[in-house]
Design a binder for this molecule. Structure first.
Ligand code: BGC
Length: 411
C-alpha cells in the first residue's frame, strides 16, 4: 500500500481493490488504475494514449479526469504530481494567457491559433502545430479537478506555488467562458458549446471556492443562465449555439459539473435522447453525425451516462453501461477510445485508418471514466426500484453518487 493514499471519497482503496465494494469489478478497476499509473510520465503528465502517436500529448481535459479517477481510488500522490505538472505548464503559457485577456479588454481578439493551448507536450510545453488551440473546457475541468483533489487530500488550501496559475486560469476562464471556441471534440471553433459551458461552470465554481472570490461564482451563474435559457427554449440541451443535435458530452451538465440537477426536465430529456439516438452496439457515440473513425461508441461516454444514472439512483441502467465497457477490455487489459466505427461507417473508418492508423487501443481517459463509474456503483445503495415515467426513484433515498451535489440555484 502506498503511503500517499489518504481519503478517496470515503472509498477505502485497500478494501475496494481487494474485492470489497467493487466486488467482481475489482480486477478490472485495478487494471485501469495500473494503466493510468503506468502511463504517467516522470514529469507528472498523463499521455492521452501510449499506442496512438497522434495522442502522445497531455490534454488538460483527458488528464484532469484521469487525476480525478485516481483521487477517487486514493492514489493522491499521482494526481498531486499531475497538478504540479499543470502548474508548471500553465506558468509557461502565462504570457499568452495575459496577452489574450489584455487584447480582449481592449476590444480586440487574438486569432484562435494564437490562443493558449488545450494540450501540451509531455514536458509541459505548448506545441506549435495546426491542432486547434482555443478550447476552454480543459481549463474548467482542471480547476474542478484540482479542487476535488485538494478536498480528497483533506484541505481547501491552494499551495503558494500554484496560486498564481490558479488565479490566472480562473480569470482566463471567466473572460472567455461565453466566447465561441473549439468544442471538446476539437471540431467546431465558431460556436458556443454546451459541454464546454458545463466545464466552465464547474471550473468557475471551483475557483470561487478555492480563491474565495464571489465574482467567479457570479460569472458561473451567468454561464448557468445562458445554458438554462437555451434549455428552456428547446426543452432539452442542444450540442451548441449552432447545432440543435444532441451531444453525449452534454450529460456533464449534471455529473460532474452540477450546472443542473440530474432531475431537471431538460436534462432528463437530453439523457433520454443520448440513450435513444446515440446508442450503437450497446455503447454511446459522441453525436449523430460523427464520422471520426466511423463514429463508433466511446467507453468514456458510456461511463458518463452511467455516472449520471448512478447519481440519480437508476443503478440498473448504470450497470448496463458499466457492463458494456467491461466487455471491451482486451486480453491485455487495454481499453480503447471507441468501438464499432468499422461497422457503422466503413468508408470513413478506412479513411481515418489510412491517414492516422488504427484508433487508440489504450486511452487513459476511458480507464478513468470506467474507474469513476465503478466507484459510483460501488458507493451506491443497494438496488432501488426506479420509475422511468417520472425519472424518480420510487423510494425516498437521496441520489447515490458522492459527487453529485447540484449547485443550481435557480431553474
Ligand atoms: C478527442 C478529444 C481528446 C483527444 C485525446 C480527440 O480525438 O476529440 O476530446 O481530448 O482525442 O484523447
Amino acid at each position: 500500500m502506498r503511503a500517499d493514499r489518504r481519503r478517496g471519497y470515503g472509498l477505502d482503496p485497500a478494501r475496494e481493490r481487494a474485492g470489497g465494494p467493487y466486488g467482481e469489478d475489482a480486477d478490472l478497476v485495478e487494471t485501469s488504475v495500473r494503466a493510468m499509473l503506468a502511463n504517467q510520465q516522470p514529469s507528472g503528465a498523463f499521455i492521452a494514449s501510449p499506442d496512438f502517436p497522434q495522442y502522445h500529448y497531455c490534454w488538460l481535459r483527458d488528464a484532469s479526469f484521469v487525476a480525478h479517477a485516481l483521487d477517487r481510488i486514493g492514489e493522491l500522490g499521482a494526481s498531486a504530481r499531475y497538478h504540479d505538472w499543470v502548474v508548471t505548464a500553465l506558468e509557461g503559457i502565462a504570457p499568452a494567457m495575459e496577452a489574450a485577456m489584455r487584447e480582449h479588454r481592449a476590444g480586440r481578439e487574438l486569432e484562435p491559433a494564437e490562443m493558449p493551448p488545450a494540450r501540451f507536450s509531455l514536458a509541459g510545453l505548448a506545441v506549435a502545430d495546426n491542432w486547434p488551440n482555443f478550447q476552454m473546457d480543459g481549463y474548467g475541468i482542471w480547476l474542478w479537478s484540482l479542487q476535488q483533489h485538494l478536498h480528497a487530500s483533506g484541505t481547501e488550501h491552494v499551495a503558494e506555488r500554484a496560486l498564481p496559475s490558479v488565479e490566472r486560469t480562473a480569470r482566463y476562464l471567466a473572460t472567455f467562458a461565453l466566447s465561441p471556441c473549439f468544442d471538446v471534440w476539437e471540431e467546431d471553433g465558431q460556436s458556443v458549446h454546451t459541454s464546454t459551458l458545463a466545464c466552465a461552470y464547474g471550473g468557475l465554481m471551483a475557483a470561487a471556492s478555492l480563491l474565495d472570490r464571489a465574482d467567479m461564482a457570479d460569472r458561473a451563474e451567468e454561464v448557468q443562465a445562458v445554458v438554462l435559457e437555451r434549455g428552456r427554449r428547446a426543452g432539452r440541451f442542444e450540442k451548441s449555439s449552432a447545432n440543435r443535435e444532441v451531444d453525449a458530452s452534454s450529460i456533464w451538465l449534471s455529473v460532474p459539473f452540477a450546472l443542473v440537477d440530474a432531475f431537471h426536465p431538460a436534462l432528463v430529456e437530453t439523457a433520454a435522447e443520448i440513450a435513444g439516438r446515440l446508442e450503437f452496439e450497446g455503447g454511446i457515440r459522441r453525436y449523430p453525425g460523427d464520422t471520426y473513425f466511423g463514429g463508433g461508441a466511446w467507453p468514456l461516454l458510456s461511463a458518463s451516462l452511467g455516472w449520471h444514472y448512478a447519481s440519480l439512483g437508476d443503478i440498473a441502467s448504470a450497470r448496463v453501461h458499466h457492463e458494456w465497457i467491461a466487455g471491451h477490455f482486451d486480453v491485455e487489459g487495454r481499453l480503447g477510445e471507441q468501438y464499432g466505427g468499422e461497422h457503422r461507417d466503413p468508408v470513413m473508418y478506412r479513411e481515418w485508418v489510412s491517414s492516422w492508423g488504427h484508433p487508440a487501443k489504450e486511452l487513459l481517459w476511458s480507464h478513468a471514466m470506467f474507474v469513476i463509474l465503478s466507484g459510483a456503483l460501488a458507493s451506491a445503495a443497494p438496488e432501488r426500484s426506479f420509475d422511468r415515467s417520472t425519472d424518480r426513484s420510487t423510494d425516498s433515498g437521496e441520489p447515490n453518487d458522492l459527487q453529485a451535489e447540484p449547485n443550481e440555484r435557480s431553474s
